[in-house]
Design a protein. Sequence first.
Length: 50
Amino acid sequence: MQKMYSETSRPERVNKNLAPKEETIKFLLDYSKALSVIDYNKMKFEALLN
């Protein structure tokens, strides 16, 4: 899977209708930074640190 996303896209191959907006990318990055997963006795707890 890493090989699929490691190459940069050529502009002529990028579909402009499918490109995400900057707000969407920022939201996903901020969410992933705020998410914390805690392992405790074979259980996983997810906490959103906002």
